[in-house]
Design a protein around this ligand. Structure first.
Ligand code: MN
Length: 129
């Protein structure tokens, strides 16, 4: 991908091993990745950057990913950025909460390294501008 065409992803994840794995997979696939380890940091970065997608861990210290997503969707600067939940909690009740918070969908943890980058590409294609 040419540099200016490379999609920019905000990766929100508090677990260092999960962060490294996801970031590596995305970077190998040609994405530019900005990392945030808290919801608060993610909200600040999202308002400043031109992100094509936000990958949002749901279980975060302090503000969780659902509340962060609600706030992103309430802010006109960030409301248009698709947010995809990345979570081990994918029971129907969890899926309902994820959708209600404003997420475009979810990717289940542990992430499948064989198709993670492809899943991200599909969300960007479906939800992106
Ligand atoms: Mn977490």
């Amino acid at each position: 991908m040419e540099n200016e065409k490379r999609k920019l992803v905000l990766l929100v994840e508090d677990n260092p091993a999960n962060m490294e794995l996801a970031a590596d997979l995305l970077e190998v696939a040609g994405y530019r990745v900005v990392r945030a380890t808290t919801a608060k940091a993610a909200l600040g970065l999202a308002a400043q950057g031109h992100f094509d997608l936000i990958l949002m861990d749901i279980s975060l210290p302090g503000m969780d990913g659902l509340e962060a997503t609600r706030r992103l969707k309430q802010d006109p600067r960030t409301a248009g950025i698709p947010v995809v939940a990345v979570t081990a909690s994918v029971m129907p009740i969890d899926r309902h909460k994820i959708a209600n918070a404003g997420c475009a969908g979810f990717i289940a943890k542990p992430i499948d390294t064989r198709c993670f980058a492809q899943n991200v590409a599909e969300f960007i294609r479906k939800e992106g501008k």
